[in-house]
Design a protein around this ligand. Structure first.
Ligand code: ADP
Ligand code: MG
Length: 665
């Protein structure tokens, strides 16, 4: 059923849904809630905790509306018998009228510590009598949540009952899985926690199973790649031109990848290595190797910032050796884009570097033989495989990830890929020293930073993404900038946030890289891959709001040069924070993160949308993983079985559909 056949979808909403990639009613059913709110699990105001979303009942004590920087701010103090807390809304002028003094509401929101005080930003409100578990969907602009929920309901009524189950009955029975339609119903309209858990488990089972079947079939392709002349001698000119020697680990991983490419069986290798271990140069060596063999290569990064950085670096390292490098990303338009496309199609360009624009419609390669994706866990499966199909023969594929994946999990998620680990940092690095900084020590920290700046160093300050609204995140980050400018008037401070145009982002980031600015305050856009060795201080505001692995990634932005680097986590001491302060080993941290979050914590875990991130969260459930493993073995043990074949077909279709759809959320 086409989505415009649903009641309540007029022109504007149709367009809004289309922008979100939704055109068929069924797609609404595959777009699962990212989270749930249990209105019966209520927290007392006293027990509100930074970074932990809560539902609480409270009475309005006072409220006020003001305008600041062209924005409407609505403030309210609300209380229950255990204490009071501040709530704030941005650009919701109607809030002021709603918040009558003395009225009682249920508030749903994520408290955050802002300059030492707990404050709930943009809580939703609901009548006190609201009960049950309600889904939370990733917002679609111009489609209010209540309307969206009604559309899902209609889609279910239209298509739900007719959904066929992709898993054979025997398999479902063996692992006590509910039916597919029942599970889809259960995640959208959960009756209670048990039903929700069973539904999530079933759909998780499917996700993992489908992914593993896809990966396994990908891997089982044989003999259709191009055997390249790939060894250290071939890439010697590249190595000679490098300003440093490769570490032992880099050399080993490089040799492994080179030897893969010598075979007709396409390389399918995952390179894992902690932030800063030097994966990029390994990738470039392989790009160079492709060039020497006269085949084209492509390197895909998840963000423009990162793609741009790779591009600049590639121009610096590869172009002097005669390699023609082009870039393709959203911000590259008009003449440059046309020229890049022409060069790729004619084969004059040797290397393409970019974002997923590399795989968009109309990009043709003459002879694409090698593909590298950086920070691959951020891509949907579909995006990766789309690139792989750009070549006429199966290209050699290398994926790189700085997210340390505990071994057991890597085997499950990437069981079909060969894995190399870069387990050594370039020489001369001093481990980053990490300190947990309570609010009371902020001033001291500022003077420490001012001192570092006076010595010619640079600093990052990262503010968490607070809510869906980029406007709000930008506002809170710009507040931080103002505070810091007031505390350090002579220091050059710039702000980078997700709402800026990409040219603007590039300008600021390049300025920081060239030391035209001392402190870069940003929302998490710098998280992956950015490399400025002169930056020695990383401050993470409201650190409790980040995952441990994410904090470790952020910390990896410093400690890249010879100087001692520091990471300051703004937070009260806690076990999580102590874990980070206590080790620089990404694998230890990832393991600890898993243990602390515990398996099956689906209710609280935000499903950030990217297929693989969601799967990573699921991979923490060893029982589920084990069962999926058994099921996969069964499927491949009897490949001629009709049901198994149907499942493999279904797996490919679904991953293609959902990879695309989920990645857009
Ligand atoms: P990551 O693995 O996190 O992607 P990068 O590839 O960005 O790390 O490398 C981090 C920094 O280390 C870069 O500045 C790079 O030039 C430098 N680097 C990489 N390999 C070496 C090496 N063998 N010796 C010295 N510096 C190196
Ligand atoms: Mg990197």
């Amino acid at each position: 059923m086409h989505i415009e056949e649903l009641k309540g979808v007029g022109k504007v909403r149709l367009e809004a849904l289309r922008r979100a990639g939704l055109t068929e009613a069924e797609q609404l059913l595959w777009r699962f809630p990212r989270d749930y709110i249990d209105y019966d699990e209520r927290t007392k105001v006293r027990d509100l905790h930074s970074g932990k979303r809560a539902v609480f009942a409270a009475r309005i004590k006072r409220s006020s509306t003001t305008r600041v920087h062209g924005m409407t701010l609505t403030n309210a103090t609300v209380f229950d018998e255990t204490g009071e807390v501040q709530c704030i809304w941005f650009n919701q002028p109607y809030r002021g009228h709603m918040l009558e003094i003395g009225a009682v509401f249920l508030f749903v929101g994520m408290p955050a510590r802002s300059r030492g005080k707990l404050c709930v930003q943009c809580p939703q409100t609901a009548p006190l009598a609201t009960h049950g578990i309600r889904p939370v969907y990733a917002p679609v602009r111009d489609v209010p949540p209540a309307v969206y929920e009604k559309l899902v309901r209609q889609a279910w009524e239209g298509a739900g009952a007719a959904m066929s189950d992709p898993l054979p009955q025997a398999l479902r029975a063996r692992f006590a899985l509910p039916g597919y339609a029942q599970a889809v119903y259960g995640v959208h309209f959960p009756q209670d926690r048990a039903a929700l858990a069973a539904s999530l488990r079933r759909l998780s089972f499917d996700d993992l199973l489908l992914l593993r079947i896809c990966m396994a079939s990908l891997r089982r392709r044989t003999g259709t790649g191009q055997a390249l002349k790939a060894n250290l001698t071939v890439i010697q000119p590249f190595l000679d031109a490098l300003p440093y020697e490769l570490t032992g680990a880099q050399q080993r991983v490089l040799r492994q990848a080179l030897s893969d490419m010598e075979s007709e069986r396409p390389m399918a290798r995952l390179v894992e290595g902690d932030v800063g271990c030097g994966k990029t140069v390994i990738a470039f060596a392989l790009l160079y190797c492709a060039f020497e063999n006269g085949v084209q290569s492509a390197m895909m990064a998840p963000t423009e910032v990162l793609a741009q950085q790779h591009y600049s670096e590639a121009c610096r390292l590869l172009e002097p050796l005669g390699v023609r490098v082009v870039r393709l990303m959203g911000s590259v338009k008009g003449k440059e884009r046309r020229e890049a496309l022409r060069l790729l199609e004619s084969g004059e360009a040797d290397v393409a570097i970019g974002t997923h624009a590399l795989i968009s419609e109309g990009v043709e390669y003459r002879n694409l033989g090698v593909i590298i994706t950086d920070e691959q866990h951020r891509f949907g499966v579909r995006q990766r495989t789309a690139l792989e199909h750009k070549g006429r023969l199966d290209p050699h594929v290398l994926v790189m990830s700085a997210t340390p994946i505990p071994r057991t999990m890597a085997l499950v998620l990437y069981g079909d890929l060969d894995i190399s680990v870069v387990d050594e940092l370039p020489p001369g690095r001093k481990p980053v020293r990490t300190r947990v900084v309570p609010e009371g020590k902020r001033k001291d920290m500022y003077s420490f930073i001012a001192q570092a700046v006076a010595q010619g160093r640079q600093a990052y300050v990262v503010c968490p993404l607070v809510e869906e609204s980029e406007a709000m995140d930008a506002a809170s980050a710009s507040q931080t900038v103002q505070d810091m400018r007031a505390a350090m008037p002579d220091v050059r401070i710039e702000l980078l946030h997700g709402r800026m145009k990409s040219e603007e982002k590039d300008r600021i980031l390049n300025g920081f890289a060239q030391h035209d600015c001392d402190i870069l305050v940003s929302t998490t856009v710098i998280e992956v891959g950015v490399n400025v060795p002169n930056a020695t201080v990383m401050v993470v505001e409201d650190a409790e709001r980040f995952g441990l692995a994410q904090l470790h990634q952020l910390r990896g932005r410093v400690g890249r040069g010879q100087e001692q680097s520091w990471c300051f986590l703004m937070a009260d001491p806690s076990e999580r924070m102590r874990t980070l302060a206590g080790t620089n080993d990404g694998f230890v941290i990832a393991q600890k993160d898993l243990e602390m979050r515990g398996p099956g914590e689906m209710m609280g875990t935000r499903q950030s949308g990217m297929v693989n991130e969601r799967l990573m969260a699921l991979a923490g459930d060893p029982v589920l993983m084990e069962q999926v493993g058994q099921a996969v073995e069964d499927v491949f043990a009897r490949p001629d079985d009709v049901e198994n074949q149907a499942m493999m077909r279904y797996a490919r279709e679904q991953m293609a559909l959902r990879g695309l759809q989920v990645a857009r959320n």
